[in-house]
Write a protein that binds this ligand. Structure first.
Ligand code: AHR
Length: 466
């Protein structure tokens, strides 16, 4: 029986609305579209799966701190997930099987019905974790009637969790984490075709065992696979180590035309691709999923905490919040995860018109235009007074671009320049007008503010946002 939790915290929206001068609270999709996408998107929802379904809704499900129920929310916009009503579609029984911890759900539309895959322990043995599936009678996942379809059958009766499903070249694939008898790890990753919602089409291939130092910190873990198929490759991001600040993402890669069931088709990133950041204040980033924003741009979804030091068992610290940021790619077509972006509006990149591959960038005290590490080119447009924006580098939270004598530098927030964002002077993108009337622009790699009286100047003062 579906119930709806009381309205989730509107702290985020109020903060956003106040800053942006919105009156009242965003209730419907229309108002929600005006709300900025602000991290954390949803507090205390770990292991979040966010995806855009064919019905046009974004769906979100994830682990709740109590590990006692399955919840789903949906919105026409990513930002709307922050305030969307949350349906409780199932609660664990008070006794017996599935009465233990309820972890890492994923919602999938299979064979014309919603299916919820999740990991569950038993009452009295809460860590006897196995993977189960609920099936929904009805097309609305939030209000339909859910019932237990059964337990997913894997080759071993052992700890298994964090399953995901993806489709590639006509095959419905099942990827999950499991402890394999004879291998002294907490979990490894496995892959097999899915024959029915509960059965595999053939014995699985073992994709990876945690052996590298960044995979075995606290616990020997490879879990939470998330699949992205782009640029002729199949990428599987996965999470490693203990769920504290050492939690991080690794990446498996196979050619999209390869035999995915051959271990040799897969290569593992030698280093983690996404780790805690003291600069941005995000710790233990992981258990990710992938989606696209309203413009079709790739988005990384993950959880992370705002603090490094945890009291007690990290698994029972409730503050793994759902966060999102755009996902970019390196010149070779592999995803560039960068760093977890931190609290506030999600950042953008600003490329001067006519300078593809160059971006507005802040590296320490240096403000310039060029290439370099992704994180140095990501700035958030913080809402300032009267609709103006402060351009805040994600690696310098609390700071912003400031104009002094026509030169642009970095300074503390209260000294930062509030720019008026306008339609790009060259007819596309955006431009930023300083209080004195000049525009943010660049000359010989330096970032300055100046007039934009001719075509060339207007072009130099125009930035394409990505
Ligand atoms: O959040 C509960 C469990 O903790 C998730 O299933 C797993 O990915 C993590 O280790």
């Amino acid at each position: 029986m579906t119930t709806f939790d009381p309205q989730p915290s509107r702290r985020i929206l109020l903060a956003g609305a106040g800053a942006l001068g919105f009156s009242g609270l965003a209730g419907g999709a229309q108002a929600a579209q005006a709300a900025p996408l602000v991290n954390p998107v949803v507090r205390q929802r770990a292991d979040a799966q966010v995806f855009k379904h064919a019905d046009g809704y974004y769906y979100l499900t994830g682990s709740v701190p109590e590990y006692d129920r399955l919840v789903v929310r949906r919105s026409r916009t990513l930002a709307g997930l922050s305030t969307a009503q949350e349906a409780v579609i199932w609660r664990r029984p008070t006794e017996g099987k599935l009465g233990g911890y309820i972890w890492a759900p994923e919602l999938h539309w299979l064979d014309g019905a919603w299916h919820m895959y999740f990991a569950a322990g038993d009452k009295g043995q809460p860590f006897r974790i196995r993977t189960y599936v609920l099936r929904c009678e009805g097309r609305n996942a939030l209000t339909g009637t859910w019932s237990l379809l059964g337990e997913v059958q894997t080759p071993w009766d052992s700890f298994n969790l964090d399953s995901t499903i993806f489709h590639h070249k006509g095959v419905r694939w099942f990827c999950w984490a499991q402890k394999e008898p004879g291998i002294e790890t907490n979990s490894n990753l496995y892959l097999a075709p899915l024959a029915t919602p509960l059965t595999l089409g053939r014995p699985p291939v073992r994709l990876t065992v945690p052996t590298l130092d960044w995979e075995v910190r606290g616990f020997k873990v490879a879990e939470a696979p998330a699949v992205l198929i782009r640029n002729g490759r199949v990428f599987i991001a996965y999470s490693a180590s203990a769920t504290d600040d050492r939690y991080c993402l690794g990446l498996l890669t196979a050619d999209a035309d390869a035999d995915l069931m051959a271990q040799g088709s897969w290569t593992k990133s030698p280093a983690p691709v996404f780790v805690s950041s003291s600069e941005t204040g995000v710790w233990g980033p992981g258990h990710n999923s992938f989606t696209v924003d309203e413009q079709g741009r790739d988005v990384l979804v993950f959880h992370g905490r705002d603090y490094k030091v945890i009291k007690g068992n990290p698994l029972f610290d409730p503050n793994r919040h759902t966060r999102v940021q755009r996902l970019y790619y390196k010149p070779d077509g592999t995803p560039d995860f960068g760093v977890p972006a931190g609290a506030g509006e999600i950042p953008d990149r600003f490329s001067p018109l006519g300078r593809p591959g160059a971006f507005l960038r802040v590296d320490g005290e240096a403000v310039g235009v060029g290439g370099g590490a992704l994180a140095t080119t990501q700035l958030r447009q913080k809402a300032g007074a009267g609709g103006a924006v402060i351009l805040e580098p994600i690696l310098r939270p609390g700071h912003g671009l400031k104009v002094e004598g026509g030169v642009v530098a970095i300074g503390p927030g209260d000294k930062a320049t509030a720019f008026k964002r306008v339609k790009g002077l060259a007819g596309k993108g955006v431009s930023f007008q300083a209080p004195g009337g000049g525009y943010l622009t660049h000359r010989d790699g330096a970032v300055v503010v100046g007039p934009a009286r001719d075509v060339g100047a207007r072009k130099a003062a125009t930035f394409l946002v990505s």
